[in-house]
Design a protein around this ligand. Structure first.
Ligand SMILES: Nc1ncnc2c1ncn2[C@@H]1O[C@H](COP(=O)(O)OP(=O)(O)OP(=O)(O)O)[C@@H](O)[C@H]1O
Ligand SMILES: [Mg+2]
Length: 494
């Protein structure tokens, strides 16, 4: 089903998020929709999938103008969207999630629904247990479930908004194979929203680039990476240089540490990070890196061993004590744990004040907020609800809230969802903190990021930790360790 967008406009307050967008997506192809943070990609796709209504303009499906104003209406027209955080119901099983929203809903015959599920999953190439509970699934598996659900509802246009964020390399390969089959063999119309140019090069048949809500180009693949970057940002990129830093005293010492959950344990870990050091934590999701990082901030109960921050034993203390000792934890869930949806940027700045006051000086707070907005290059205003910021701008806001002169900064996925330019900018900020003597530990699924910025790397596999110096390793070796294999061990088998 061919999609034509004609002069689609959408405004949020002063922001023209879609500015007379006219674009065609032919069926049987995988289209990339590119653009920097805040360019208007998600907005446009939310219009096409019925989450937002356009202020003006037209959606034409297979040559016929289509009007709908809900996601269910879009699905009835054959258009479905896979969100970055799949919208499933955790307490239900995979099968229940699959049949929910279908004609007959949960009253359908289980046996028939199960057969349909197993057949469809087999055809698409996903290996999912219909009886598993949705909250035990990885992000990659929840995504597979949502794709199956949308396909079973007869979707012919499938939109994927940054679908490879947070899934493993293996799941990504499965996903890409499936997407190729759906487009090239079954003739679906796929729209792939991403910042990751390597993935776009690997997967997509053509690209369109948005900037400030407008289409700047549409182009068949292959096309040179530099061209895509220039179209996205209107300029060439300069990477932040890694300054040489003389390491200081130990900022964090972990002695004989054991932390565990019902499913996973990190046992008897010894580790030290010195002031100014950057340590990358690599591993598949759920391999113990997050457990470890949270224990370093008083957010995870320590079963055995000690956590010492700048020479002070803080084992068993709460996060507030760690914070007072100069530790900040930056979570991956920007809106769940980091920012408070419903509050404005200025209210966040007031909340983050290290010296809370009896009376709030709103004029002063607004001025400080404006200064941070300018300094961190946030596309938004002091009195905007943070929920209205694009993903990348939420990330910038989190950084703007992080106090200066920290001893230890613990970050989950500091550049997840950021475009290349914003990611380089974030690392510029982090490296400047490193030069001030902050030790940084960060989790990332992006091996290039780990290699580019770490002094040392801790690789987690099923709770086991291997420590290596970044200078002694390469992306390929890291890949082996993350998969639980000794370096080079697969060569003989190949
Ligand atoms: N619900 C909303 N309320 C107010 N402003 C919004 C809302 N949704 C989006 N915007 C604004 O519209 C612009 C485009 O945002 P959008 O989320 O479409 O960008 P994006 O290209 O998907 O960016 P990212 O790559 O960071 O996800 C941004 O300036 C954003 O702040
Ligand atoms: Mg987006």
């Amino acid at each position: 089903m061919r999609v034509d967008l004609r002069n689609v406009c959408k405004r949020f307050g002063p922001v023209q998020a879609s500015d007379s967008v006219t674009l065609t997506f032919e069926d049987g192809l995988i289209h990339a929709l590119l653009g920097e943070n805040g360019a208007g990609k998600s907005t446009l796709m939310k219009i096409l999938s019925g989450f937002y209504t356009a202020d003006s303009g037209q959606i034409v499906l297979a040559g016929k103008p289509a009007v709908y104003d809900t996601p269910a209406g879009a699905i009835a027209h054959g258009v479905g969207m896979l969100h970055q955080d799949p919208l499933d119901f955790a307490p239900f099983s995979v099968l229940e999630n699959f049949i929910y929203g279908q004609p007959g809903g949960l009253l359908q015959k289980r046996g028939a629904a199960r057969d349909a599920f197993v057949r469809l999953a087999g055809r698409i190439g996903f290996d999912l247990n219909p009886d598993a509970y949705a909250d035990t699934l990885t992000i990659g598996q929840r995504q597979q479930l949502e794709i199956l659900r949308l396909i079973s509802l007869g979707v012919r246009v499938l939109i994927l908004d940054e679908p490879t964020t947070g899934i493993s390399a293996e799941q990504k390969n499965v996903l890409f194979d499936t997407l190729r089959r759906l487009a090239h063999d079954e003739g679906l119309n796929l729209i792939f929203v991403s910042h990751k140019l390597e993935e776009v090069e690997e997967l997509c048949d053509d690209i369109s680039v948005l900037r400030h809500g407008q289409v700047v180009c549409t182009q068949a693949m292959p096309c040179p990476t530099e061209y895509m970057v220039e179209m996205m940002f209107g300029q060439k990129l300069v990477r932040a240089r890694r300054p040489d830093v003389i390491l200081g005293d130990p900022a964090l010492q972990v002695r004989d540490l054991t932390v565990s959950t019902a499913r996973l344990a990190v046992e008897r870990l010894n580790f030290e990070a010195r002031a100014g050091e950057v340590i990358g934590l690599a591993g598949l999701d759920g391999s113990g890196q997050k457990l470890f990082l949270r224990a370093c901030a008083g957010l995870q109960r320590v079963e055995h061993g000690r956590v010492v921050v700048a020479g002070r034993d803080l084992t068993g203390r709460d996060y507030h004590t760690f914070m007072r000792a100069g530790v900040i934890y930056g979570p991956a869930g920007r809106l769940e744990e980091g920012l408070v949806g419903g509050l404005t940027l200025a209210e966040h700045i007031a909340l983050a004040d290290p010296k809370p006051r009896m009376w709030l000086d709103w004029a002063g707070i607004t001025a400080r907020t404006r200064a941070q907005i300018a300094r961190f290059n946030i596309k938004g205003r002091a009195h905007d609800d943070v929920r209205g910021l694009s993903g990348g701008n939420q990330q910038r806001a989190l950084l703007a809230l992080t106090p200066p002169n920290l001893g230890l900064l613990l970050l989950e996925h500091p550049t997840r969802g950021l475009d290349v330019e914003s990611a380089v900018w974030v690392w510029g900020q982090l490296l400047a903190r490193r030069a001030e003597g902050t030790a940084i530990l960060f989790i990332s699924a992006d091996l290039d990021e780990i290699m580019d910025y770490s002094d040392r790397v801790l690789v987690f596999f099923n709770g086991q930790v291997t420590e290596i110096a970044a200078a002694d390793t390469c992306v390929e070796d890291l890949g082996y360790l993350i998969g639980g294999k000794a370096i080079g061990s697969v060569e003989g088998e190949a």
